[in-house]
Design a protein around this ligand. Structure first.
Ligand code: AKG
Ligand code: FE2
Length: 271
C-alpha cells in the first residue's frame, strides 16, 4: 500500500458536529493507545476492562468560545507535568521565529521560511514523537482536531520575552486547522488576539489550555476572519505551542531527522 495516499484534508471534521459545546468529548470509543506508561497525565485513566483494556482514555471538556467561525477552548488539555515537559524539552533549542512564506500547495518541509519584522519571538521545533510524553500530546492534538495523527505537523514551541510579539497573520490555507497550546499563565498581556472575528476575541493564555480553530472556508480558501496576533506579554515570559494540522499527511512524508523514537510512522527503509 502506498502510505502517502491519505486524502488531502479540506474542511475540519469537527465543524460537522463532532464536538459538543459543554459536554465532555467522548473519546472512550477511540482511546489513545500508548502503553505501557510509567506516569499517566492527570486527566488520563487506564481502561480497566473491555476490548481496549490497558490503553489510555483521555476525556477532554471543550467549550465553544466563538460560533461561525467556530473556535473551541479546552482549559485542561495539558497537565502541569506535560506543560513543564514541553518547556524543558525546548530549552536551549530556541531560534529566531521564522514566518512561513509557503505558497498554495506547499508542504511543511518544502516551504521557505524567512525572518520577519512582524515577529520577534523565539521558536523551537520538536521532532515528531521525540519523547513518549510528546507522543501522547500529539495523539491528543489529533483527537481534538478530529484528524489522523499523520496530518499533525511537528510541534513548535514559541517563547515570548516581555515586549516580544507576533503581529497579525493567517496560519495558511494549507493548514485547515490550528491547535494552539499555552504552557504557562501570563500575568499581563500576551493574549492571542482575533480582532477580525464577528465577535472579536482576545484569549488570555492559561496554563494547559488548548485553542482549536479552522483556517479555511468550506471551499478550502483562507478564512481571513481567523487573522490573529500574539500580543506582547508585559512582565513575564509566555510559552505556547503551535500544532498545525496540515492539508497533507505530512508525517508520512517527513525525513528520519524529523521523527523521534516514539513516532509511530517508521521510515520505509526500516520496514
Ligand atoms: O502566541 C500566540 O498567541 C499566537 C502564536 C501564533 O499565532 C503563531 O505562532 O502562529
Ligand atoms: Fe498563528
Amino acid at each position: 500500500m502506498d502510505r502517502r495516499r491519505l486524502p488531502a484534508l479540506s474542511r475540519p471534521t469537527w465543524m460537522t458536529g463532532a464536538h459538543h459545546g459543554d459536554e465532555p468529548i467522548p473519546l472512550a470509543e477511540s482511546p489513545i493507545q500508548i502503553a505501557p506508561l510509567q506516569a499517566l497525565p492527570s486527566h488520563a485513566a487506564k481502561q480497566e476492562d473491555g476490548a481496549n483494556r490497558g490503553s489510555i482514555v483521555v476525556r477532554l471538556k471543550g467549550t465553544l468560545v466563538h460560533r461561525d467561525p467556530d473556535m473551541w477552548a479546552y482549559p485542561s488539555f495539558l497537565s502541569d507535568c506535560e506543560c513543564e515537559h514541553l518547556i524543558r524539552l525546548s530549552a536551549g533549542r530556541f531560534l529566531t521565529s521564522l514566518t512561513s512564506l509557503g505558497k498554495e500547495g506547499a508542504q511543511q518541509q518544502s516551504y521557505e521560511s524567512g525572518r520577519s519584522v512582524n515577529r520577534t519571538s523565539l521558536s523551537a521545533r520538536l521532532m515528531s514523537g521525540e519523547t513518549r510524553t510528546l507522543s501522547i500530546i500529539e495523539e491528543k492534538v489529533a483527537k481534538i482536531a478530529c484528524v489522523p495523527l499523520a496530518y499533525v505537523e511537528q510541534l513548535v514551541v514559541v517563547k515570548y520575552e516581555p515586549g516580544e510579539f507576533f503581529a497579525m497573520h493567517h496560519d495558511g490555507d494549507f493548514r485547515p486547522q490550528t491547535v494552539l497550546l499555552y504552557l504557562n499563565d501570563v500575568d499581563e498581556g500576551g493574549q492571542t488576539d482575533f480582532p477580525d472575528l464577528p465577535k472579536p476575541l482576545a484569549i488570555k493564555p492559561q496554563k494547559g489550555m488548548a485553542l482549536v480553530w479552522s483556517n479555511i472556508n468550506p471551499d478550502g480558501s483562507a478564512d481571513y476572519r481567523m487573522m490573529h496576533q500574539g500580543l506582547p506579554p508585559t512582565s513575564s515570559v509566555k510559552y505556547a505551542v503551535n500544532c498545525f494540522i496540515n492539508r497533507d499527511p505530512i508525517r508520512l512524508l517527513a525525513s528520519d531527522e524529523q521523527r523521534g523514537p516514539f513516532c509511530p510512522f517508521s521510515s520505509p527503509k526500516m520496514q
